[in-house]
Write a protein that binds this ligand. Structure first.
Ligand code: CP
Ligand code: NVA
Length: 307
């Protein structure tokens, strides 16, 4: 097992590698957009996709991407494997890697993805855990490169819950220099160790604040996500109270300024964390982001499979 066979956290890679993967994404995106189907690097390969949580983008983009590049992907939903319930994670890992060339998984506990990677002899890709969502933030970085020209030196302001999306932004900021601000209600700050890790890297400016209006000034990107993530839906009503004042609406985008793009990993709850008007505005690039899941992940899969 080589050390970097898996794609679990953006910060497992250095800046050159991350930028190389993003360049590759642009290259393969152009090929796919041109309808050229001669590039079949995954021909004869299969991928197991484990989903302990629901998904649209992750499931469809991974399955489509792997298929377009010649491979076959197998969807395993929450009831199929029941990882940790019907069978231990380490056993799932050791069986699936005997059938498949690559494993992609969306799980609750982060330890589950670490265990899959530890026990599988094939690459494991993190399709979201309670802790992070690296494929999403790679797609977001690609989208920023396309719309702003670069990621380095930009100001990204996340407004909402200090969740898995924020942790991946922080881990990206420990590799590539930019200004990252998380504006969240008191008590909903991101994991302290992850904030510290990003600060310790010493390349990006990292701010955690409880004041969204002050935070968004001069932003290149205002980013939002649901207030209650998968697994927290029973807290939704309570969170709607606590997160009042953290909705991204037109007045907040006006404070951000005319150069600011609006981004959201989706699914979005319109009228909750973001208004319909902001999602539909011309500076909203949420669907470009969603499309780029396909392209960023193709490049990630090419990377971990050594193609
Ligand atoms: N953004 C994202 O991961 O979407 P899904 O939950 O639909 O996969
Ligand atoms: N924070 C959200 C992201 C969904 C893509 C969740 O974990 O549900």
């Amino acid at each position: 097992k080589t050390e970097l066979k898996d794609f679990l956290h953006i910060s497992d890679f250095d800046k050159d590698t991350i930028l190389r993967i993003l360049d590759r994404a642009i290259e393969v995106k152009a090929l796919i957009k041109s309808r050229d189907r001669t590039f079949q690097p995954f021909k004869g390969k299969t991928m197991a996709m484990i989903f302990a949580k629901p998904s649209m983008r992750t499931r469809v983009s991974f399955e489509t991407g792997f298929t377009l590049l010649g491979g076959h992907a197998i969807y395993l939903g929450p009831d199929d494997i029941q990882m940790g319930k019907r069978e231990e994670t380490r056993d799932v890992a050791r069986v699936l890697c005997r059938y498949n060339d690559i494993i992609m998984a969306r799980v609750f506990a982060h330890q589950d993805i670490l265990d899959l990677a530890k026990y599988a002899t094939v690459p494991v890709i993190n399709g979201l855990t309670d802790y992070n969502h690296p494929c999403q933030i790679m797609a977001d970085a690609l989208t920023m490169i396309e719309h702003i020209g670069q990621l380095e030196g930009t100001k990204v302001v996340y407004v909402g819950d200090g969740n898995n999306i924020v942790h991946s932004w922080l881990l990206l900021a420990s590799v590539i220099p930019f200004h990252f601000v998380c504006a969240c209600p008191k008590g909903f700050e991101p994991d302290e160790n992850t904030v510290e890790k990003a600060r310790q890297a010493g390349i990006s400016k990292i701010e955690i604040t409880n004041d969204p209006k002050e935070a968004v000034r001069g932003a290149d990107v205002v980013y939002s996500d649901v207030w209650a993530s998968m697994g927290q839906k029973e807290e939704a009503a309570y969170r709607r109270q606590v997160f009042k004042g953290f909705q991204v609406d037109k007045s907040l985008m006006d404070i951000a300024g005319s150069k600011a793009f609006f981004m959201h990993c989706l699914p979005a709850e319109r009228g909750v964390e973001v208004t319909d008007e902001v999602v539909e505005a011309s500076n909203s690039i949420v669907f470009q982001q969603a499309e780029n899941r396909l392209h960023a992940q193709n490049a990630i899969m090419l990377h971990v499979l050594g193609k």
